[in-house]
Design a binder for this molecule. Structure first.
Ligand code: PLP
Length: 341
């Protein structure tokens, strides 16, 4: 199939994605793929200087969680049955995340001690559980590719794509239905994929087969195309960024204006625009907050089980009006609780 007739182009992916506004120029392209059984799909968008050099690729159909374990193998590893597990022992975590304070911020750039020999630098741009987000991507040492799990904030704001070696993102939050995972990868990094990987782990194989190594999940890809078209009609990534910032600030204003009744979990400089997390003075009040909010049709506000409290997720599809309703409820709830009976 020629680049011009890819399934992505047929559904208007390139047009609707608005690559120019994301600074991608004439990059592109594509691939959708599904794998066997029920595994979620992954598709890759390869950046290419010339459209005719586009690589259509199909990576393994794994979810972002699985993909995190798969990334090293594309870069650093020649697998055999004997050494397969050892790749995980080579992954180093970079310090700076203050576990003692409940991961309430992302590391400052001065805290990162990065190895200039590293195969790649991986980070997760937004943390849905703690409600933290990198305002800007970390700077890797020269020559070290930057790899990002962007599952929970992809296409929520403008993106400087040139800084990244690989981006992967499950569609299910900002892009479309679960079952599709987006991968954007620099073509030259495919040269680092070692020979002999099992096919399910091999990006290069997927690229060579233009994302059609396995049957693509057409419906999920089609709906993703519709979402991308919608995003574009709404003004593209710049407008999405403004909308999302406006939405988040309604909730943060209610937290900050509550005289300590609400306590935001994340430090101000690391606050997420996608997931706002906060506590109330007691767990009993938190239970009542969730209950009364539900009665007002404001649902799914319970915090992640590992941290408790309240969490409001404000992905692209959440409207400003919906967030305004939540903020109004927060102000009213705090006023009622602080007013002596
Ligand atoms: C940043 C990030 N990575 C990975 C995942 C996990 O996605 P999946 O369950 O599709 O593997 C999520 C979803 O919650 C996420 O927000």
């Amino acid at each position: 199939m020629a680049a011009g007739t890819s399934i992505w182009q047929r559904i208007g992916f390139r047009r609707s994605f608005g690559v120019a506004e994301a600074g991608w120029g004439r990059t592109l392209v594509v691939a959708g793929v599904s794998f066997v059984y029920f595994l979620p799909v992954l598709f890759i968008i390869f950046t290419a200087i010339k459209p005719q050099a586009l690589a259509l690729s199909v990576p393994p159909t794994l979810s972002p969680t699985s993909l995190f374990g798969l990334i090293p193998e594309q870069f650093v590893f020649t697998p055999t049955l004997e050494n397969f597990g050892s790749v995980f022992s080579r992954i180093m975590t970079v310090g700076g995340q203050p576990e003692a304070t409940g991961f309430d911020r992302v590391p400052a750039s001065g805290e990162l001690q990065l190895d200039p020999q590293a195969a790649y630098l991986h980070f997760t741009s937004n943390n849905t559980i703690f409600g933290t987000q990198w305002a800007t991507a970390p700077e890797p040492p020269k020559g070290v590719p930057l790899v990002c799990d962007m599952s929970s904030d992809a296409f929520s704001r403008p993106l400087d794509i040139a800084r990244y070696g690989v981006i992967y993102a499950g569609a299910q939050k900002n892009l479309g239905p679960a079952g599709v995972t987006l991968v954007v990868m620099r073509k030259e990094l495919l040269e680092r994929v070692p020979a002999g990987l099992p096919s399910v782990l091999d990006y290069k194989l997927m690229a060579e087969n233009r994302s059609l190594y396995n049957t693509p999940p057409c419906f999920a890809i089609y709906v993703t195309g519709l979402v991308l078209a919608w995003l574009r009609e709404q003004g593209g990534l710049a407008a999405a960024g403004e909308r999302n910032a406006a939405k988040a600030s309604l909730v943060y204003e209610a937290i900050d204006g509550s005289d300590g009744f609400y306590r935001g979990h994340a430090e101000a400089s690391s606050r997420s625009l996608m997931n706002v997390t906060w506590r109330l003075p007691t767990e009993e009040l938190e239970r009542r907050f969730v209950q009364e909010a539900a009665a007002a049709h404001l649902v799914e506000l319970k915090g992640h089980r590992s941290v408790g409290g309240i969490r409001a997720s404000l992905y692209n599809a959440m409207s400003l009006a919906g967030v305004q309703a939540l903020a109004d409820f927060m102000w009213a709830f705090a006023d009622a609780e602080r007013t002596p009976a």
